[in-house]
Design a binder for this molecule. Structure first.
Ligand SMILES: Cc1cc2nc3c(=O)[nH]c(=O)nc-3n(C[C@H](O)[C@H](O)[C@H](O)COP(=O)(O)O)c2cc1C
Ligand code: SF4
Length: 493
């Protein structure tokens, strides 16, 4: 993963923990409404893919274990991982593209209700993504995958060569010399692996995105509602279809690219279809980027206008992330796929402890505050979720008291200690296991293997009934925190 060249090593700074009385009186632990849903507190676990579904996208006992463990900490809301809305295989990523997935998702909802004792609201993130292939073996690419065209023949002055001779010649060339023969997309397919873009409108499946996505998202949202989720989060962030439609890099000329108005068209049509399908009283929001962090991509100013358009259309919440794009991803090794969190934009999405002067904590606070101010000044009070390096109570409380956001997201901190919320509310914040922002978890995500935290995945391995990775080396969820008190009684005192 790319890291800022300054390589300044930062340590988490959780600060002082509040007494139970101070926590009771805080904004963080005060309720907030998202459309028709009320969160008991302004804490939020954003989507995190844990790679625990079956190979064809069904809920497993490991999925239930993962979300049930988060629910025991009773955060205000949990957002279930990016869940695929199409009927396409996507490895152990949850899917919701057909009614056959509803039963498992219903069990997931029941698990979170039970484990949180009804205190945590549950949303699910709905995602669409375009096709991406692994980086090929160069010789195989040149012999089998590359389509030989007249441009190649002209460049090589090989008008009368047969195709096999051209391929032999390309294979014999130095990698750097191929720059003169292959075009930009062919070179990308060779060196990074083939990747579709929303601008590839010569491909029928890309041209038809505006035709098919509203229904696909709407059907998925109806299934989420049927399964019992409190609402849905449309995934309009990072490297995926909808974020790419929103980006300034979207130059489609079919009315869905170019100007901001055109780039907003499909995201708003998708939202409109979802809203119509689930009704006005169902909570629907989205996650999108406060900044693309790539050359030529959206800036905070664009994101403010986008936020206004979403609020104006009637979204019930806006969750802000940043970066996480393919455009600046590092070259994967042969046989691996590009991962959109390996370049500078990926760093901004999940900043780790080797950082620059600004440090890894709260890089999205100021952009979020600007976007929120813009939306407020236009007369909308849509709640804004702010995430990024939050691990301390005062840090979270400041986001709210300084009007930078309305809800605070804790992703890696909740992974490091799912009981953070409960411990802080009980005045026992000093028992928290604080995230060190090593990104060990994120490296597991990159390999598409079960995500765990290095602070607990080898602790109490003999505990009865715990689920482990197939090799038996890591436990899959944090050990249970058993305070010597009755939690409900203590909270009501
Ligand atoms: C293992 C892992 C998986 C993630 N999966 C998703 C995802 O499915 N959807 C999403 O919007 N963000 C995803 N993220 C990004 C987080 O939601 C969050 O924005 C990011 O980690 C920064 O917040 P933090 O500093 O509190 O961890 C993931 C992060 C991690 C560490
Ligand atoms: S592995 Fe644990 S400590 Fe390291 S970044 Fe992930 S959650 Fe934090």
């Amino acid at each position: 993963m790319w890291r800022p060249p300054e390589r300044i090593k930062w340590k988490p700074q959780p600060g002082d923990w509040p007494s139970k009385e101070a926590a009771d009186g805080s904004r963080l632990f005060s309720p907030v409404s998202l459309g028709s849903v009320v969160l008991e507190q302004r804490t939020w676990i954003p989507a995190m893919v844990p790679w625990r579904a079956t190979g064809d996208g069904f809920v497993t006992p490991q999925v239930l274990d993962w979300y049930g463990r988060f629910a025991r900490g009773r955060p205000g809301a949990i957002v279930v991982e990016a869940t695929g809305i199409r009927e396409i295989p996507s490895g152990p990523l949850l899917r919701i593209g057909d009614d056959r997935f509803i039963d498992g998702l219903q069990r997931l909802v029941e698990t979170v209700r039970r484990e949180s004792d009804g205190h945590t609201r549950l949303f699910i993130q709905l995602i669409d993504f375009l096709s991406i292939r692994r980086r090929p073996d160069p010789e195989r690419f040149l012999r089998e995958f590359l389509e030989i065209t007249d441009v190649h023949r002209d460049t090589l002055s090989a008008a009368d060569w047969d195709e096999e001779l051209i391929r032999d010649h390309l294979v014999s060339m130095e990698d750097a010399d191929l720059d003169d023969v292959l075009d930009e997309r062919e070179l990308e397919s060779l060196r990074m692996g083939y990747r579709e873009r929303v601008t590839d409108t010569h491909l029928p499946q890309v041209a038809e995105l505006p035709k098919v996505l509203p229904d696909l998202f709407a059907s998925a949202a109806v299934r989420a509602k049927t399964a019992g989720f409190d609402g849905v989060e449309l995934h309009y962030a990072h490297a995926y279809t909808m974020s790419s439609m929103l980006s300034r890099l979207n130059t489609r000329d079919d009315g869905y690219g170019g100007t901001l108005e055109n780039r907003l068209r499909l995201p708003l049509e998708v939202f409109g279809a979802v809203r119509e399908a689930v009704g006005d009283d169902y909570t629907v929001g989205c996650r999108y980027l406060a900044d693309d962090i790539i050359d030529g991509g959206n800036t905070v100013e664009d994101a403010a206008r986008i936020g206004f358009a979403f609020a104006d259309a009637g979204m019930n919440f806006l969750s802000l992330s940043r970066g996480g794009r393919f455009e600046d991803a590092q070259q994967p090794s042969v046989g691996a796929a590009a991962y959109p969190y390996t370049g500078p934009s990926g760093y901004e999405c999940m900043p780790q402890y080797f950082s620059d002067e600004q440090g890894p904590f709260g890089r999205n606070f100021e952009p979020a505050a600007r976007i929120r101010r813009y939306i407020r000044s236009a007369g909308h009070d849509t709640p804004v979720v702010v995430t990024g390096g939050v691990h301390g109570f005062q840090q979270a409380e400041r986001i709210l008291s300084e009007d930078n956001g309305d809800i605070v997201g804790f992703a890696r901190q909740a992974l490091a200690d799912p009981d953070w919320f409960l411990k802080v509310r009980l005045g026992r914040g000093d028992e928290n296991i604080v995230c060190e922002y090593t990104n060990y978890c994120e490296a597991l995500d990159q390999k598409h293997v079960p995500v765990t935290c290095k602070l607990w995945d080898r602790v109490n391995m003999d505990e009865d009934g715990i689920l482990k990775t197939p090799d038996g080396k890591r436990r899959l969820t944090a050990a249970v925190w058993e305070p010597d008190l009755d939690i409900d009684e203590a909270l009501s005192e």
